[in-house]
Design a protein around this ligand. Structure first.
Ligand code: NAD
Length: 512
């Protein structure tokens, strides 16, 4: 593995140092079929042996045994493990955030932000461990009590995407662990070292905790076949799957065929409506971050902007200036706002979408690859702003790259109709100072998305709320609110403390 170039530290040697600090010996990962490259320079970070199918099945069996033990540990004690995990993450935030930057190409502050999200969900879950409560419900029968109790469910499978290589695991893992489940994680094959590092931190937390079962949390390394190993295993009653809609379609039907639960977090095609009364300075900043941040590779990235005709020209002119001047570059540099695309296939998908948009009358600014400053196998692009005459099939599709399609509207109801006229339903925004428009957007006949915001862009959700979307986004919810219920089994219990046996609905069944 390359370590020095002209006396400069290479990205891969920095990755090795970070991995060591996080408790992963990179020397163990020089051979293997899963090759991880940094999108910053395309250097090889390392090679990890993939998990075989028999190994995956044995891992899931072991996770099931751990579940049988872990479910009997009182929930607040389980919360203590997650609290300790939060401490480990706080102590290693800088290194793990940097590893996210190196492996996924996010700018530094976003890499750190992802780890902060992990810390936040650990804090939330530790508190939640004392609040896994059920209802006591009025019963129609004398001397009876009816109540709901929530029990651990089983092995929780987690399949995650490359673009949130650590936070998505934490949303699921922190809740699943306090709910009394064991976890098996199939991370993206594009970001396996982030997963190894997180697993090492969790193992450190488990050993500090003292008496957790040994195989409470495990990893499966590989591509879709490892995802399938989780999806098809009858010992896994719930799988949380984050990724493309194409992946979700396959995972959902396989899980449904064996009546297992799915929590699906799939593609988005998020839009914002900019109304005549909007604060345009605020809107400009919000749109810039939502559309270009993470190089357009967030599920909640702003992909469609629907602007009122009365402010269209002035707003788009300002937006074009921001697009032309935004700093695209090495995501480790403090002045960089847009890092590289993850790989060549992301770039190819971007070019296909731009060509299609142009063919249907789109006016494109930006979108070209920046080759001269960066190594050959990297994919740095200028974010693209595309004015469209109407919402074409290309616009209705999620292209996971920094392309913002802009559409003009006259009538607010019409803007909402265009907004909803896509297959996906993840995140949405309206920029307005008109109360009626804001409330209409949030109402039953407004945005049809799982996330609807006013005067905030669609990306960058906090963990306290339920996160997820409708339609082809999959309908799943993760993180805060009452999402924990998806990881538990609900039981309705009725207790008779009297000496007669009244039947419900007045049914009589008297035996002599
Ligand atoms: P992807 O669908 O290519 O892969 C995601 C994960 O699924 C990977 O771990 C992959 O190995 C696995 N996988 C793929 N096919 C599978 C199958 N048939 N069975 C089981 N597992 C399978 O997605 P990606 O390119 O890594 O990520 C980008 C996509 O993820 C975008 O569409 C984005 O919108 C979406 N995403 C959604 C959310 C959300 O919360 N809604 C969050 C992040 C990313």
């Amino acid at each position: 593995m390359m370590t020095q170039v002209n006396g400069q530290k290479t990205v891969s040697s920095e990755a090795n140092e970070i991995l060591e600090a996080l408790g992963v010996d990179w020397r163990d990962f020089t051979k293997g079929d899963v090759a991880a490259r940094t999108p910053i320079t395309s250097e090889l970070i390392g090679r990890i042996p993939g998990t075989s199918r028999p190994e995956a099945d044995a891992t899931i069996r072991a996770a099931h045994s751990s579940f049988l033990e872990w479910r009997t540990v009182p929930a607040p004690q389980r919360g203590e493990l997650v609290r300790i995990l939060g401490e480990e993450l706080r102590a290693h935030k800088a290194e793990l955030g940097r590893l996210v930057t190196i492996e996924a190409g996010k700018i530094n502050s976003e890499g750190l932000g992802e780890v902060q999200e992990m810390i936040d969900i650990c804090t939330f879950a530790a508190g939640l461990s004392r609040q896994l409560w059920g209802l006591t419900i009025a019963t129609e029968r004398r001397d009876h009590r009816m109540m709901e109790t929530w029990h651990p469910l089983g092995v929780t499978g987690i399949i995650s995407a490359f673009n949130f290589p650590v936070a998505v695991w934490a949303w699921n893992a922190a809740l699943a662990l306090v709910c009394g489940n064991s976890i098996v994680w199939k991370p993206s094959e594009k970001t396996p070292f982030c997963a190894l590092a997180v697993q090492a931190l969790l193992e450190r937390a488990i050993s500090r905790f003292g008496n957790a079962p040994r195989t409470l949390a495990s990893l499966l390394i590989g591509g879709r076949e490892m995802g399938e190993a989780l999806v098809d295993n009858p010992l896994v009653p719930v799988v949380s799957a984050t990724g493309s809609t194409a992946m979700g379609r396959q995972v959902a039907s396989r899980l449904a065929s064996r009546f297992a639960r799915s929590i699906l977090e799939l593609g988005g095609n998020n839009a914002a409506i900019v109304c005549p009364s909007a604060d345009l300075d605020l809107t400009l900043r919000a749109v810039a971050f939502a559309a270009m941040g993470t190089a357009g590779q967030r599920c909640t990235t702003l992909r469609r902007l629907i602007v009122h005709e009365s402010i269209y020209d002035q707003f788009i002119e300002r937006l074009e200036q921001v697009y032309a001047s935004v700093n695209v570059g090495d995501p480790r540099e403090p002045e960089t706002l847009v890092g590289p695309l993850i790989d060549g296939s992301a770039f190819a998908a971007m070019q296909t979408a731009l060509n299609e948009a142009q063919d249907s009358g789109g006016r494109i600014s930006g979108g070209s690859r920046i080759k001269d400053k960066f190594p050959a196998e990297t994919f740095y692009v200028r974010p693209a702003l595309v004015e469209m005459p109407h919402q074409t099939e290309t616009v209705r599709r999620e292209t996971f790259a920094p392309i913002l399609y802009v559409l003009r509207y006259r009538d607010f109801e019409d803007a909402v109709r265009v907004h909803n006229d896509v297959p996906q339903g993840l995140a949405s925004s309206v920029f307005t100072n008109d109360l009626r428009e804001a409330e209409r957007f949030l109402s039953a006949s407004g945005s049809d998305c799982g996330i609807a915001n006013v005067n905030i862009g669609p990306s960058g959700a906090e963990i306290g709320g339920a996160f997820g979307g409708e339609k082809e986004t999959g309908g799943g919810r993760e993180a805060g609110s009452d999402v924990w219920k998806s990881y538990m089994r609900r039981a309705t219990n009725t207790v008779n403390y009297g000496s007669t046996l009244p039947l419900s609905q007045g049914v009589r069944f008297d035996i002599s």
